[in-house]
Each structure stands twice: as C-alpha cells, then as structure tokens.
Design a protein around this ligand. Structure first.
Ligand code: GLN
Length: 277
C-alpha cells in the first residue's frame, strides 16, 4: 500500500500548509503568527462583503459540480442540494451574488473552470498536486477519506485482499487514480456515477468499490448487503477550485470559508446533512 501511505503523507503535508493559510483561531501559535496577515485580509474581505460592495455584488456566479455525491451534492426532485450547495450559497450571499449550478461529469468539472464556463467548482473535490497545476484551490473546508465498500459476505478483509480483485470507482476521482496506481489498470472498472459502481458490486459484477467515505456511508445505508471496510484507504482535503490566477474570487471565497468556520455555520450545514457519524 505504498500509494496509500504516500497519499496520506501528501494530505498531511497539505493539511499543514493549508492550516497556515487558514484563519481558524484554534491553529498552533506558529501557524497563527504566520497567519496574521491572511486573517487581516480575510476580515477585510468579510467587511467588504457585509458592506455589500464586493466586486461580485449583483453578479451571478456559476458553480460546476457533479450531483452524484450525497451528502455533498445530489438531486432532490428537481433541485440540487447538499453540503457544497449550502456552502456555495453562503459564499455567494456574503458577496451579494447569486448562485447558478451546472451539473456535469466529475472529470469535466476542472475543464469547465479552466475554460471560464464556470466561476468555481464545489464538488467534494480533493486537493491533489496534479489538480493544483490546473486550478487554484481555496482553503480546505472538509476532510475526506477514501473508503472501501464490499458485500457483507466478502472475503476481502483488508486492503491487501484487494490485490487481483475487480475494483469499481467513479471515473477521474482520487479513488480511480489511487486504485489504478496501487492495483493496476486491469483491476479497476470505471463508472460515470458512484451509484453505478455500487450497483455493479451488489449484482456481483465487481468485488469492491473505492469512494469517499461520506457517499460510501450513504450507499451502504441505502443498499442491503453492503458494508465498509474498517481500514481507510487514503485521507484527503476538500477545497473549492477557481480558474488559475483568479485571486479576487479566491480571496472572497476564502474570506467566506473563514466566516463560516468562525461563526459555526459550517458545522451547522454539515450537521443538517450528516445526522450520525
Ligand atoms: N474527492 C474525490 C475527488 O476529488 C471524489 C469527488 C467526487 O466524486 N465528487 O476525486
């Protein structure tokens, strides 16, 4: 599980560097000192937003997402709802802007942001080194863990047991990237939706699904005969993506994320969608 450890090490390093940019009061003193300037900027940003003179006031911001990822973004009737949607709405509210959501395949999200079709992406998107070369990421607002779903009667008990098995993933996600690296192309079956991978698992076409823990928990709750392996596969940080160089929007988003964390609203949003851990 070389890659898994590398992923965890990377996520930890990233968490440390992100912590240095965060304005959360609970950070270590060293981080807090380095942080004073950022915090001041964040405060200025929020004052500007409150005063209604943000550069985005009156504008419509387009958010790209893939609404197949409950509880972060999913369809509820004709609406797209979820943690990311509430966060994006709160961010737009801070800026005096309106929110429009476009629902695309997960691997089209970054191209939408790069081309300017979307202003930002909120999609439970993990910060990776590769993606950092394509878009700029906000401060992190959540932690994700890649998890393994198997059938209740599965002989797969550990990550090592996945060798030589057929693993279902959602195309283009970190679950796809890591399992392809660790177990080889021939072991990975890609689906456009996590739900389709889970369906293939339930009907015995594949042996396991690797997907982020929160959607994984929703799939296990909603489908009989499935369980999560207790061993997590890789830990990650979620952030919002903007077009490279769009610091004006990124600063405004970071100021809002800081507001949401400090006011406790972020916790409220998460609690609304995740009732039991
Ligand atoms: N966190 C994973 C990634 O960024 C999956 C996100 C998703 O499927 N929406 O690749």
């Amino acid at each position: 599980m070389k890659k898994k450890l590398a992923a965890i090490a990377m996520a930890t390093a990233m968490a440390a560097s992100l912590a240095a940019c965060s304005s959360k009061p609970a950070e270590t003193t060293a981080a807090a000192e380095e942080n004073e300037e950022t915090t001041a900027e964040a405060a200025e940003g929020s004052e500007a937003a409150e005063a209604g003179d943000s550069a985005f006031a009156g504008k419509t911001l387009v958010m790209s997402t893939n609404a197949e990822f409950a509880p972060y973004e999913y369809h509820d009737g004709n609406d797209i709802v979820g943690i990311d949607v509430d966060i994006a709405n709160a961010i737009c509210e801070d800026m005096g802007a309106s929110l429009e959501i476009t629902d695309v395949a997960f691997d089209s999200i970054i191209p939408e942001v790069q081309s300017g079709k979307a202003d930002f992406a909120a999609a439970g998107m993990t910060v990776t080194e590769d993606r950092q070369t394509q878009v700029d990421f906000s401060d992190t607002y959540a932690t994700g863990v890649q998890s393994v779903i198997v059938t209740e009667d599965s002989d797969i008990k550990s990550l090592d047991d996945l060798k030589g098995k057929q693993i279902g993933v959602q195309q283009g996600t970190t679950g796809d990237l890591y399992s392809t690296d660790d177990f080889g192309e021939e072991s990975v079956q890609r689906f456009s939706k996590g739900a389709d991978a889970v369906q293939a698992l339930s009907t015995g076409k594949i042996d396991a699904v690797i997907i982020d823990n929160k959607p994984a928990q929703v799939f296990v709750d909603e489908n009989d005969g499935l369980k999560l392996l207790e061993t997590p596969y890789a830990e990650e940080e979620y952030a919002i993506a903007v077009k490279k160089g769009n610091t004006e929007l990124l600063d405004a988003i970071n100021a809002s994320i800081a507001n949401l964390e400090e006011s406790g609203k972020l916790d409220e949003i998460v609690a609304k969608y995740i009732t039991a851990e």
